[in-house]
Design a protein around this ligand. Sequence first.
Ligand code: 5GP
Length: 187
Amino acid sequence: MIRHRSSVVVVLSGPGGAGKGTIARALVERDEGLVLSRSWTTRPRRMDDSADAYVFVDRAAFEARRSDGGFVEWNEFLGFMYGTPTPDPDEGRNLLLEIDVAGGRQVRDRLPGALFLFVDAPDDGELRRRLLGRGDDAERADARVDEAARERLEADELGYRWVVNDNLEATVELVAGLIHDHRASQD
Ligand code: 5GP
């Protein structure tokens, strides 16, 4: 459904706080052939969310779209729903999905040729610091650190390629290169 000639789907997963949102924005800025999918979520807007970070909806709206088959994949993450809306048939552009590993599994089942990248923080202490720094309270930060451990196991099982984000610029370069090589291998 979202596969076209000469287009690829890139799945970016990894713990909240590892920096995948920042990396995703940097990637689409430097590559106009890459489109960032805008997910729907029932999570309330956080102080560091840009206005267009998500389509923020209530649970009823989310469930209505889900029953209409309007999501490519969806998942419940720490009490809130997240889903990738089925994209408009686009003009052969490449789609970047910033989703969790459970969503990545659904994409893998439908699009095994997608590129799966797991963006991780250098260590859990740094991850927790970044989460607190962006506004999570201690309890939610701890829940996310625990969730990260579970996600790592699942990502490993799914064959994700690991990207440790210890330096933002270098990581963006690395990921841009991986996407470039993946595209080239699909042509
Ligand atoms: P956050 O609350 O930090 O914005 O996102 C929580 C988790 O949900 C992150 O791992 C993020 O990648 C993931 N996520 C965001 N959008 C989607 C989506 O559309 N589908 C799925 N499966 N996960 C998503």
